[in-house]
Design a protein around this ligand. Sequence first.
Ligand code: AMP
Length: 381
Amino acid sequence: MLERILGIIGGGQLGMMLTEAAKKMPEHISDVIVLDPTPNCSAAQVGAKQIVGDFKDKNAILELASKVDILTYEIESGDSAVLKIAESKTTINPSPETLRIIQDKFLQKSFLKDNSIPVTDFVEIKSFDDLRKKIIHFGYPALLKARRDAYDGRGNFKIKSENDLEQALNYFSDKTLMLEKFVDFKMEVSVIAARNTKGQIATYPIVENIHENNILKMTIAPARVTKEVSHEAEKIAKKTMQVLHGAGVFGIEMFVTRQDQILINEIAPRVHNSGHHTLQSSKISQFEQHLRAIIGLDLGDTTLIHPTIMYNILGPDNFQGKYKMPDIKFDNLYLKMYGKEESKPQRKLGHANLVDVNDAGINWLLESINSLKDKIKPIPT
Ligand code: AMP
C-alpha cells in the first residue's frame, strides 16, 4: 500500500472533517498529522496524530513539513513566508504564493480586479487624510477593513458619515487598511470550487448564506436564485480557479446585488463552512474533494443530490463552560459535533444538516429547521 502522510496546519473542525475523509481513503493516504495548539484537538479525536504548537510557530511548521508527504491547511492565517521555506521539505497545497495573495484582502481584490473578475470598488488607505479624501469617491456608507487577520466581520468598520471617520481609524490602531464601497446586496452566496494539481476544475452548486452577527448561521443549498445568477456565479468561480492556479478546495463568497450582479466578497483558500452540507447532500463531500484535489486524483461528482440546509450550532451568549447536546431525533437530520469540550459565546460547536430526501421543497426545509432550532442547542452542564 502507498505510504503517503498528510499534514494539516490546524486541527479544528475543518481539520477533523478532513481527517475523517482521509481515513476513508487509506489506499491514498496512510496517516494524518495536524498542528494545533489545543491538546487533543478535534482532529486528534478522530485519529489524527498531533503536534501541539501554534499555527505560526516556525519550528513546529518545519517539523510538521519534515514528517509529511503533502501539507495543507484549514486556516488561512498561517505564515506564508514560513510555508515558502517549508516547501523545500514537502509539497504544499494550496501553494504558499496563493495563500500570500489571499491572506491580504487588498492584494486579493487587486488580483481579482486585474483578472477582470467582478469585485466592489476598493482602495488602499494609508492615513487619516488619505481616508478623508478617498471616501468622497465612494460615498456613505463605506466599509473600512483590516487587510489581514480579520475574520467573521471583526475586521470591518462601517462608516456611516463623516463623523465616524476618526472613530473608524482608531478602531484598527496599527493595522494596514483598505476601504470598500458598500454593496447593497440582496443575498450572500458562495460557491465551493476545487482545482486539482492537474488543472481540472469543479464547482458545487451555488448556496445561500445567512449570517447573524457576522457569523454564518445557516446555508441553504441550493441558493434561491435564478438560473442565470447561478450560471454566472459558477462561471466566475471557475474563472477564479483558473487564474489562481491553486490546488485544493476554495470557498468563494459572493454578493448578489439588487440588480442580480455577482461580486466576489472574498475567497477562503480552504474547505469552507458553507460547504458542510456536502457531507450529506452530495456524492463527494468538500473534504474528500479537497484531498482528491491536492493529491492529484480526478475530482469527484459535485451534483447536489438533495436540497439541504446546514445549520450552525453556536455557543449561546452569556455562557462559557461544559455542555451537552440534547438527544434529537428527526428524519434525515444529521448532527455533527466537533468534540469541543467548552462552549463559548458564538463558538462553532457543531452543525446540523437537514436533507430534503422527499423533495418537499426549500420552504419545508426552512420551516423544519425553524421548528427544530430550540432543540439543536447546547445545554450547560
Ligand atoms: P468579510 O469579513 O470581509 O467577509 O465581511 C463580513 C461581512 O460583512 C460579509 O459577510 C458581509 O455581510 C459584510 N460585508 C463585507 N464587505 C461588504 C461590502 N463591501 N458591502 C456590504 N457588506 C459587506
